[in-house]
Design a protein. Structure first.
Length: 131
């Protein structure tokens, strides 16, 4: 059984369980690593660009920094710790999260899978409520 199959089975189970107590069109199941920093690691190119742009570690900033596929997979498992290491510490990670991200970064983040699912669900709820 692949990881994708396991995830789909878990989503199906949760949806079935929740449908017992709520109308199926009133909830959506989103599985996400429970750290907000995971949003920065949903796309490898974006993660590398964030490190190149926001790293206070002079070894990475402005360089052609690249994550290997293995490093990227490990980083996704522990996004907060990984970004702290790559950006040069907890304070630097907090500064990234609290900073005014450029419009370019915000647009790239909005196009990622999880934000797109969330946006579509909220839009659908708004339409249902208005009707």
């Amino acid at each position: 059984v692949s990881s994708d199959e396991e995830v789909n089975e878990k989503i199906s189970f949760i949806q079935t369980y929740l449908s017992v107590v709520a109308a199926a069109d009133r909830f959506e199941v989103f599985l996400q690593v429970p750290e907000i920093e995971s949003i920065f690691l949903e796309d490898k190119d974006l993660a590398e660009e964030i490190v190149r742009t926001y790293a206070l570690n002079l070894d990475f900033k402005g360089t052609d920094f690249k994550l290997s596929d293995l490093e990227f997979e490990f980083a996704k498992e522990k996004p907060k710790k990984s970004l702290e290491r790559l950006l040069g510490g907890e304070r630097n990670l907090r500064a990234l999260i609290e900073s005014d991200l450029s419009e370019e970064f915000v647009l790239k983040i909005r196009k990622l899978d999880f934000p797109q699912k969330l946006i579509k669900y909220i839009e659908q709820l708004s339409l249902d409520t208005a009707a």
